[in-house]
Design a protein around this ligand. Structure first.
Ligand SMILES: [Zn+2]
Length: 338
């Protein structure tokens, strides 16, 4: 199932989207991931007026996390009392229309998995505002189409590389959704179903996410070092200094990324693939080799219509999720009500 985005993705006077009165022209937005949350106030033009990035207290359980999100949001709303709408880009799976989280793969605590959580209802109650929910990767590609690197193409995809691997896709200027309004979970395409070295948060082995998220890159790369505390950032720094173990970890990463991208290309043919999330900082370390592998894997798909996508890092500086959350609160509400 797809829904139509305004091709220019900008509010127009002729658009069916209702023009907001002045008070509606800034929104509160959240980008909720498996480790951190970004919370900020965003204008109708996509300008972030103020923002906070905080670790999420997942260890305290879901009720405490919801209370934390409400408390932090209320701090902003006290300073911006005219804000009426709130947009939440969250790791999935989730139901954007009903506003429910469907046991998100990377949200867990000692108390166990989250199960179904009516996030929109809980946040609306806590913030006393209208709340809209979208998958974080869908939000990110909507933001790229709105004011970022996907503006100029009809077919694009974003990979969010953080705790998990999220995928957001626009085909022919329409955001791709699956049945039940679900979101294409490209991170859980299985690349090797028997690989015991690649356990995924979803319970299966060998998902793309189990190799390609920032967290899983670090988990796999650490086995090459004696130090079990190295983070993805540390290993990225080592690779920049040409440490051979770190370079080898990126070599493996690039090969697997090219395999996953080939599957996305044969399904959706994106002209551009964008990268965002904390691990996208390492783009220059994995992109050149990924391109080389992709050229080989797509060799027979470049005649006539060239399916080789352009790989680019997001220019929204790791803010695509937050801006997408804002976009949904500003402009997408009409289409979600269909
Ligand atoms: Zn998985």
């Amino acid at each position: 199932m797809v829904h139509r985005c305004d091709p220019s993705m900008k509010p127009r006077k002729t658009s069916k989207i209702r023009r907001s009165p002045r008070a509606l022209r800034t929104v509160l937005a959240y980008d909720l991931g498996g480790t951190k949350v970004a919370i900020g106030v965003v204008s109708e033009k996509g300008k972030i007026l103020e923002e906070k990035r905080l670790p999420v207290p997942f260890e305290k359980g879901k009720d405490a996390v919801i209370e934390f999100l409400c408390k932090e949001g209320r701090d902003f709303l006290r300073r911006y009392p005219l804000i009426k709408n709130v947009g939440v880009a969250s790791a999935g799976p989730l139901d954007p229309r009903k506003g429910i989280l469907l046991d998100p793969t990377n949200f867990s605590s000692a108390q166990g998995n989250w199960g179904k959580v009516p996030l929109v209802k809980l946040l609306s109650k806590g913030l006393k505002r209208k709340v809209f929910l979208e998958n974080d990767a869908a939000a990110a590609i909507l933001a790229e189409k709105w004011i970022g690197a996907a503006k100029s193409v009809k077919n694009s995809m974003i990979l969010t590389l953080g705790t998990g691997l999220g995928t957001g896709i626009i085909v022919n200027d329409q955001l791709v959704r699956c049945a039940h309004d679900l979101h294409p979970e490209g991170g859980h395409i299985i690349l090797n179903w028997q690989d015991q070295t690649a356990p995924c948060g979803c319970g299966n082995l060998g998902c793309a996410e189990a190799y390609l998220s920032g967290r899983n890159f670090a988990r796999r790369a650490r086995t090459r070092f004696a130090n079990p505390d190295l983070t993805a950032k540390d290993i990225t720094e080592l690779a920049r200094k040409r440490d051979p173990r770190a370079v080898a970890a990126f070599r493996e990463y690039s090969e697997i990324l090219a395999v996953a991208i080939t599957s996305f290309v044969v399904l959706y043919a994106p002209e551009k693939i964008l990268f965002t999330g904390s691990f996208a900082d390492a783009f220059e370390l994995f992109a050149p080799e990924t391109r080389t592998h992709l050229e080989r894997l797509l060799a027979r798909r470049r005649d006539g219509i060239d399916l080789m996508p352009r790989l680019e890092v997001s220019k929204l500086e790791n803010e695509a999720g937050l801006l997408g959350g804002a976009y949904v609160a500003l402009f997408e509400k009409e289409s979600l009500r269909r």
